[in-house]
Design a protein around this ligand. Structure first.
Ligand SMILES: Nc1ncnc2c1ncn2[C@@H]1O[C@H](COP(=O)(O)OP(=O)(O)OP(=O)(O)O)[C@@H](O)[C@H]1O
Length: 253
């Protein structure tokens, strides 16, 4: 069974069909990338998946559960975490405090049987483990707002995986990064994909081809093609529409 299914999604903005009967699925353990030129409808689709926008038709299934009508926080509880293009950290708080808040928010009742000291120690352990996994162990005492851009994005990822998602939705995690920071983010995502399925929306094509098991290409709100990284790389229509050098979008990508 697919871990995540988008089935016949439709979203209209007046006369514009921004999502035109989009269907694709993410398999367990896979990193699935969603690419497409500017204006193809990626953000509109991601917002429907995370629950910020309601589709006009179609449905979304996560691990067999219909999540189409759930509000965003209920989707997180169901196992779908999103990392935003715009950072969601508390900038005045230290990295450690941000991690502790996130771990605590998702701990639920799991520490209720512990005494307060022991529960605090368990939360602290989880926050430190999260920092180690995401390469933030050296900057725990730094206020989040003072981190370099790349480290802020890592903190975003850390906050999203604190919820222990089944599917992690990464919305342009490399945006605004230089080559060194991008390379670090590719390494981090590469490590996470062993633990959870990932849906990656990204303009950086090198990163997409390095990381993706499957790629879905959106053009004018429609799925042009879905396939393995090799199939997409060699697909003539994809090359013409998206990877070709003749369009400004391709330069941007
Ligand atoms: N709230 C809205 N109201 C009206 N039109 C919208 C709205 N949001 C998006 N659109 C339109 O829908 C189309 C798809 O936009 P969308 O932002 O989803 O594309 P995108 O692939 O994410 O683009 P980019 O890569 O530039 O972020 C565009 O033509 C856009 O102008």
């Amino acid at each position: 069974m697919s871990l995540f299914v988008a089935e016949g999604l439709v979203k209209r903005f007046d006369a514009l069909l921004a999502t035109d009967h989009v269907s694709f699925s993410v398999e367990p353990g896979q990193l699935h990338a969603l690419i497409g030129p500017n204006g193809a409808g990626k953000s509109t689709l991601v917002n429907q998946i995370s629950g910020l926008l309601q589709p006009d038709a179609g449905r979304l299934l996560l691990d067999g559960q219909d999540i189409t009508r759930l509000p965003p926080h209920a989707r997180v509880a169901a196992g779908l975490s999103r990392c935003f293009q715009v950072t969601s950290v508390f900038k005045g708080q230290t990295v450690l405090d941000n991690l502790l808040l996130a771990v605590q928010a998702h701990a639920g009742s799991s520490f209720h049987f512990l005494r307060r000291r022991a529960a605090e120690a368990a939360l602290q352990d989880q926050a430190l483990a999260l920092a180690a996994r995401t390469g933030l162990a050296e900057v725990l005492a730094v206020p989040a707002g003072e981190l370099p851009h790349g480290a802020q994005r890592k903190l975003d990822v850390a906050l999203a995986i604190a919820a222990r998602p089944k599917l992690l939705l990464l919305d342009e995690p490399m945006a605004g990064m230089g080559p060194a920071e991008s390379a670090e983010m590719v390494t981090l995502i590469g490590a996470l994909r062993r633990e959870m399925a990932i849906l990656l929306i990204e303009h950086d094509m090198d990163a997409v081809f390095k990381l993706a098991d499957r790629i879905t290409v959106l053009v004018y709100g429609k799925v042009l093609v879905s396939g393995s990284a090799d199939e997409i790389r060699g697909h003539p229509q994809v090359q013409a529409v998206y990877l070709g050098t003749e369009t400004t979008e391709a330069t941007h990508a």
